[in-house]
Structure formats: C-alpha cells, structure tokens
Design a protein around this ligand. Structure first.
Ligand SMILES: NC(=O)c1ccc[n+]([C@@H]2O[C@H](COP(=O)([O-])OP(=O)(O)OC[C@H]3O[C@@H](n4cnc5c(N)ncnc54)[C@H](OP(=O)(O)O)[C@@H]3O)[C@@H](O)[C@H]2O)c1
Length: 290
C-alpha cells in the first residue's frame, strides 16, 4: 500500500505535479520541491507539503521520486545532501528521462550513498500523467520491487519490470526514437499536403480508424494544422531525448539518418523561439515558407 508512505517528489513540472496529485489521491504523504517554488505551491491545496529545500523533502522519506528535466539537473539537485536524508531502506525512483550514461551516473550516486536505485522512466504525456495512466519502465534490484509497486500503481496503469537498472532507460530510448521519427514525418507530411494543395485535415480523416491512423497522428497533427502548440511535452525536452538516442546509437557505431534530421528540425524550431511549446511545434521548421 502506498497509503502513508512518505514520498519526496523533486520536480513539479508538467509530469511531476500530475504524479504528485495521484500519489496524494492514493494516500501517500507527499513532500514536494521545485526550483521555482510558485509552480509547486498549488500542490499544497491538494494536500502536499511544499518545501524550499530538496533535502528537507527527503528527510525521513521512504521514497525519493525525481521528475526533473535531465541528468545534470538531477545530479545537481540530489547530489547536495538529499540521499543521506532518506529513511533507512529509502528507495530512489528515478523517473525522468536521462538516457544510458545519465542513468549510470545517477545509479553510481545512489550506490555511493548506499541507497537502492530504481531506473523507472515513463511512457505517456500530460493527460496520461493526470489520469494516472502512465506506463512505467522499471528496472532495479529485485528485493525492492514489491515495495515500489504501489507507488507505480498510483501514477500509472501498467508497470513493465525489466532487469538491472538501466534496462528501463534503454527501452525508453527505443520508444523515444519511434516517437521522434513519427513526429518528424508527421510534420513533413502536413507541410507536404499544404505545399501540394491537399487539405491536411483530409489526410488525417483518411488515415483515421485504419492501421495507419495512429491517435498520436490525430493529436499532434491537429496541433500542426492549427499551428497552436499547448505543451504536453516541450520541444526543448524532445530535442534532449533525440540527443540521448543519437548518443546511444553513436556509441555502438549505428548510423542513423532519421533521428538526426528530426533533431535538426527541432533545433530550428527552438532557435525560432518554440522551445517551451509542445514538440509538435517542430512543424514551424517544416512548414512551407510563403
Ligand atoms: N511531458 C512529457 O510528455 C514527458 C513524458 C515522459 C517523460 N518525460 C520526462 O520527464 C521529465 C520532466 O518532464 P516535464 O515534461 O515534466 O518537464 P517540465 O514541465 O519542463 O519540468 C521540468 C522540471 O525540471 C526542473 N528544472 C529544469 N532545470 C532545472 C535546474 N537547472 N535546476 C533545478 N530544476 C530544474 C523544472 O523546474 P522549474 O519549474 O523551476 O523550471 C521542472 O521541475 C523529463 O526528463 C522529461 O523528458 C516527460
């Protein structure tokens, strides 16, 4: 049971805030910290204790849940007295997307502090996080699995248990390569429809309901057609994820051509000022120029 478990949650952005609410709903005692405190404060109304220092959040906690932007940020935030503050037997659930090398660095930090570490990135974006419908890709020591399960059940609808810490992050990279590729081809298909005088809405209607009509294409495609990009997952963080895929491919000598092309498009969109908008704003770099 997650009831009465003390959870220190660091990072109350789009994903972390939604996860905190679901944990509170499930009966956990959540102590939340965010760099910009004003983003964490609304959680106090939902029953979280909002604190101004990460180590204070971690003090006596059964779980440390990190949902921050990347490994450098996590190292900075957690490296400063957070792990020693956990309760005896406290477990670190690292649920941000940090890639292979990032995961290794964080696992090392946990081991230096004798804290059990579970690598548990998630699939799903803002709405699934709000609905407690994330898919958790969990990997880590066998002896803490049953302890972690209620936390994952509170934030997700499915937990895929893999082997040693690191396997979750590797599977997450594979899924992200799929997502980034789809995003790029969708943006160019909508641009191509516009350039050839085909109504892009007709394209989405034509594929809907069949094997090609992914719900993802409908959601992100509608944003591209409207050129309105309310953020579920920012273009900036999507670019970070594309970079993590490219790093892992390069280390193995695997030549990729699609992921670098989409990464370059994301760079263009970010340079044009769309970094904080949804990753569908990659369309801004692909659309026909008047
Ligand atoms: N959104 C999604 O669809 C999705 C899906 C799966 C996985 N993820 C992963 O989940 C993680 C969080 O994503 P998100 O979408 O929730 O991002 P977000 O809304 O941008 O939140 C990012 C968090 O990181 C913090 N942060 C950034 N730079 C920092 C720094 N230098 N020092 C301290 N804190 C810093 C932010 O604090 P401030 O509020 O102060 O900026 C915020 O708490 C990322 O690893 C992302 O790749 C996201």
């Amino acid at each position: 049971m997650v009831e009465n478990a003390k959870v220190a949650l660091l990072g109350t952005g789009i994903m972390g805030a939604a996860m905190a609410r679901n944990l509170i709903q499930a009966g956990a005692e959540v102590r939340a910290w965010n760099r910009s405190t004003e983003k964490a404060e609304p959680l106090a109304r939902d029953g979280a204790t909002v604190v101004e220092d990460p180590a204070e959040a971690a003090s006596g906690a059964d779980f440390l849940l990190t949902m921050l932007s990347d490994a450098d940020v996590i190292e900075d935030v957690v490296g400063d007295g957070v792990l020693p503050a956990l309760a005896d037997g406290g477990v670190w659930l690292q649920m941000s997307t940090v890639g292979e090398r990032g995961n290794e660095r964080l696992a090392r930090l946990a081991s230096e502090n004798s804290v059990a570490y579970v690598d548990a990135p998630v699939l799903g974006t803002k709405a699934p996080a709000e609905q407690g419908q994330l898919v958790v890709l969990a990997s880590g020591p066998d002896d803490v699995r049953s302890k972690c399960e209620p936390v994952f059940e509170a934030v997700g609808s499915k937990t895929v248990w893999l082997g040693e810490a690191g396997e979750g992050s590797r599977l997450k990279l594979v899924v992200n390569n799929w997502i980034v590729g789809l995003l790029g081809v969708l943006a160019e298909t909508i641009a191509f429809a516009r350039a050839t005088g085909v109504d892009p809405q007709k394209f989405l209607e034509t594929i809907e309901g069949g094997p090609l009509g992914l719900p993802y294409a409908q959601i992100k495609g509608a944003m591209m057609i409207e050129e309105d990009f309310p953020t579920s997952f920012s273009a900036k963080l999507a670019r970070k994820d594309a970079g993590l895929v490219l790093d892992a491919a390069e280390e193995r000598g695997l030549r990729m051509s699609l992921a670098p092309a989409v990464a370059a498009r994301l760079d263009e969109a970010i340079e044009a000022g769309h970094g904080e908008e949804d990753m569908a704003a990659v369309y801004e770099a692909a659309k026909p120029k008047q």
